[in-house]
Design a protein around this ligand. Sequence first.
Ligand SMILES: C[S@@+](CC[C@H](N)C(=O)[O-])C[C@H]1O[C@@H](n2cnc3c(N)ncnc32)[C@H](O)[C@@H]1O
Length: 409
Amino acid sequence: MDGVPCLRVPRCHAQQFRECLQLKGALDRSLCMLKDSDATVLLPVVPSCLPQFDLRSFQTMVASDGACELVWSQSPLQLKTDRGRTRSNKLETILQELLESHGERWTEELKEDLPRSFQRHEDLVLLGDSCFSKPLWKKMDRNLWSAVAKGLKAKRLAKISRISNNGFRSPVVTMLLGEHSWVNHVDNGIKYQFDVTKCMFSPGNVTEKLRLAGFDCRGETVVDLYAGIGYFTLPYLVHAKASHVHACEWNPDSVEALQRNLKANRVSDRCTIHLGDNRQLKLSDIADRVNLGLIPSSEDGWPVACRLLKRATGGILHIHQNVTSPLPNITSIPAINDAAQRISGRKADREVWQFWADDTANRITSLLRDITGAPWKTNIQHIEHVKSYAPRVHHVVLDLECRPFGIMS
Ligand SMILES: C[S@@+](CC[C@H](N)C(=O)[O-])C[C@H]1O[C@@H](n2cnc3c(N)ncnc32)[C@H](O)[C@@H]1O
């Protein structure tokens, strides 16, 4: 068939369908999506995924009432590289004019100092650290930020520097243009609001958030030990239908956003927020599932997570960790280091994740025994790869089933 294979979806659900396609590796990321005339959007599909393409599963994942269909677009879809070029050309032209109006000359060095990528939250563009570093920009005063906003089709501008080491993982974000710093974000049908200058947002966790939205947690009590603005808490409540979520968070700014988000999604009645250090949490023996969404490591939360699991029936721990291969400081487990050095590439990564998971399972089994005074069994249900930071640093999640001895088959 001629044309580009695309999934035609309702415009209001385009983002969710896009994330699902991406999760299944079926989104053609080299092409831009195309807005169709009749409130629908065409999402480009990788042609080699067509034989296994399961329309129904996409609809179920998105949980939308809007239908989707597979079509072949006859209109050409723009290459992403072309779109990037158009956008940066526009910014370049505007800035060139601004400089010349100040009697300055446009140079290659200045061009290199333009933003290559940025995050967009509605009308606010969040620039990275490595742009507009040349002293000449300062001469343009506030005109610079108005011009940049115009070039990027934004109304507000902010700049992110780094994740601060204050324990809250707060980004250091400075507003450059615009009155306020709260933004709205709709993700998989869930509304989020947060203050970009005070809270962390993890766009890279999309796949994990979609995965847990597919869990069936009806009748379960879930504890989210690192709730932030509710990035995992909300899918547990809205999509996985958990009976109750206990959300722990020590950053009052994130808690403010979390409260707003629970309200906006009408699930406040099924969530209890615990403001403070989760290691001081007074609860125990209540959880069917504990989410430990902290990287680089959630190890500090392991004892409290074990204490929280129901003594009679146990439950599942979702343990996040950045795993580096070869693992750097695990001299106490020579088998891991040996294996990491022996093997290379993706297979090596997977083997190192498996070694890490086995080691974690053993340590959790001992912790559970020490905490409860009774024997436990653990079972590695799944290891999920969330994202990679560098070729050898991977954010992974271990789903670990933990049951008191005698319960697990
Ligand atoms: C990586 S963010 C994760 C937030 C959310 N899960 C996400 O992916 O966006 C970690 C969150 O845990 C909070 N946090 C870290 N250590 C904590 C602790 N000991 N007690 C309570 N909250 C903690 C931080 O303030 C931060 O909001």
